[in-house]
Design a protein around this ligand. Structure first.
Ligand code: ZN
Length: 571
């Protein structure tokens, strides 16, 4: 006996066998029950979802010798003949090969005669959209005035190609893609009766390959059984059907959620060693993350997703702790990577980098939550503290005008301890006031800056060895640029004039070449300022860290103080 393919062997014979088209079965059964059966039906839908099977079940139900019933008996001669395809009153016509007007004329002639044995003459025309226009016109005449003993059942995958005049004379039923879980259940029913050992995971792989079509799913199962025999291993199914093992996808998302970069890279390595196409894996990963995202976002998402119950449970379990916003970010990283892979010579590298990025993704705090925390913070701080600007701190990344600015500038503001020597308030750090009654050198340089800024900038590099009204001795490294400029006759004359103004006497000005720089000589003004700046920042930071509001903020946001910036006009 020849092998009967599963799709034929397990073709549904009753309405209750029909999987995933309950809306069609119920309506047809109600029509039969109430005796209001249309004379023409149009069954539309994708291939392999049960259109032709339904047409035969309907034909049997209409012609069953047990009487018109909602389920055919499947035992009477009429039923068995229809099942075997040799009923004298049921005509199955393939629209694809009988497209001509002559075929339809023949049909019209046939329609005139009463059924030879049964209640109705039933014409099942498959792929009806393939008929020619003339054939449709010939058919239309019959449909307009159908004899009471005739029923038409048309099936098509492309209803938009059927003329509106035909459509309007038919009762239309749209068959749906069959949900994955229903296919899996039906496959389970069949393999158990076929005594095949196969996991639900593999059945889901087979069903997914069928893409909503029961016939395609069963053909795929035939292919698997032909290869594996009665005992089917998961690896064989994945290998045979060329699909990525779902374990790998689950492990990949697991590694990302666990922030395990190493595991993520291992998976890419395995994908590569299996010889999978990297981009295809990335696409499957996108689909996988889409499923997780939808599961997290929608309470009852099982209907939206093409997943088996077991897969849904696994994904829910894995993603339960991942914030939905993070999932969206993972998805966008993957989508970007997939796009890049299309043009990249290194698709593996692109995928690796994407997974690393995903594994390193830092959590984001939703704005709402942030606002809530801020409100809580406001409640905690006392009114005066909030009103007076506290020392600000910068979370990383710092704004460009933050702390670094002051150290980058040539002339930072004077140390806060020193009082301005003159009453003029500084407009900007660049023309700082002459400070320091306590430090005559700093005072002198500040005074020089007021008149001759370039001379002051040379002096800032010098070490004040002796500073008095009688003698100014300034040390420079040998051959320094500043020294050579200051020794210029004009510059020296200007400097002398300024010294006389500042010290009220005319000190002797002497430059000294310092070989062993910085061992005992006093620091230059620049060095001093930089040191003071460091101390000042440190001091500010300590002050900020001691501030209750700052501490409360750190506690709420879980951050660290990255830098402290001084607010203008505040001590
Ligand atoms: Zn019967």
């Amino acid at each position: 006996m020849s092998y009967l393919v599963l799709a034929r062997k397990w073709r549904p014979q009753t309405f209750s066998d029909l999987i995933g088209q309950e809306h069609v079965s119920r309506t047809l059964q109600n029509a039969i029950d109430s005796g209001r059966v249309a004379h023409a039906f149009l069954f539309t839908g994708a291939r392999g979802v049960g259109k032709t099977s339904s047409a035969r079940i309907l034909a049997k139900a209409l012609n069953c010798e047990q009487g018109l019933s909602t389920e055919p008996c499947n035992t009477c001669p009429s039923c068995t003949e229809i099942t075997d395809g040799n009923s004298v009153d049921v005509f199955e016509i393939d629209g694809a090969s009988n497209t001509g007007v002559d075929d339809i004329r023949e049909l019209r002639d046939n329609v005139k005669y009463l059924p030879s044995r049964s209640r109705y003459k039933i014409f099942i025309i498959d792929e009806v959209h393939m008929l020619t226009n003339n054939a449709f016109n010939a058919l239309l005449k019959t449909l307009e005035e159908p004899p009471a003993h005739v029923k038409f059942i048309f099936a098509t995958t492309e209803p938009h190609k059927v003329p509106i005049t035909i459509l309007s004379r038919c009762q239309r039923f749209d068959f749906k893609r069959i949900p994955l879980q229903k296919i899996v259940d039906r496959l389970r029913f069949i393999v158990d009766r076929e005594q095949v050992s196969i996991s639900d995971d593999s059945l889901a792989v087979v069903a997914r390959k069928g893409d909503g079509s029961m016939r395609d799913s069963l053909s795929t199962l035939d292919q698997v059984l032909a290869f594996c025999g009665q005992t089917v291993a998961d690896e064989d199914v994945a290998g045979l059907l060329g699909v990525v093992d779902r374990r790998l996808l689950l492990e990949a998302s697991g590694a990302v959620f666990a922030k395990d970069s190493r595991a993520a890279l291992e998976i890419v390595k395995r994908v590569d060693s299996f010889g999978y196409n990297m981009r295809q894996f990335c696409q499957e990963l996108i689909d996988h993350f889409r499923n997780i995202t939808i599961l997290r976002a929608v309470a009852d998402a099982a209907d939206i997703l093409d997943l088996s119950e077991g897969e849904v449970a696994e994904l829910k379990d894995q993603a339960s702790a991942v914030p939905p916003a993070d999932l969206q970010r993972h998805l966008s990283i993957l989508l970007k990577a997939e796009g890049e892979m299309a043009h990249s010579t290194f698709p593996r590298l692109v995928l690796e980098m994407a997974l690393l990025k995903m594994a390193a993704l830092s959590p984001i705090i939703p704005v709402n939550e942030l606002l809530e925390r801020l409100k809580a913070l406001e409640g905690r701080g006392s009114a005066p503290t909030v009103a007076s600007p506290a020392p600000t701190w910068e979370k990383s990344p710092p704004r460009p005008e933050a702390a670094p600015r002051q150290t980058d500038r040539g002339a930072p503001p004077p140390p806060p301890r020193q009082k301005p020597a003159t009453g003029d308030a500084p407009a900007s750090p660049d023309n700082a006031p002459p400070p320091a009654t306590g430090d005559p050198w700093a005072g002198f340089v500040a005074a020089v800056r007021g008149k001759k800024p370039f001379l002051a900038s040379f002096l800032e590099y010098g070490r004040p060895l002796v500073v008095s009204a009688e003698l100014l001795e300034i040390g420079y490294p040998p051959g320094s640029f500043q020294l050579s400029r200051l020794q210029d006759a004009d510059a020296l004359a200007e400097l002398k004039g300024l010294a006389k103004l500042f010290f009220r006497r005319e000190p002797v000005i002497r430059f000294k070449s310092l070989r062993d720089e910085g061992s005992e000589a006093p620091p230059t003004l620049l060095e001093k300022k930089s040191l003071e700046e460091t101390i000042r920042t440190q001091h500010l930071k300590e002050k900020a860290l001691g501030h209750p509001l700052v501490n409360a903020a750190l506690e709420v946001f879980g951050g660290v103080v990255d830098g402290v910036a001084k607010i203008e006009g505040k001590p």
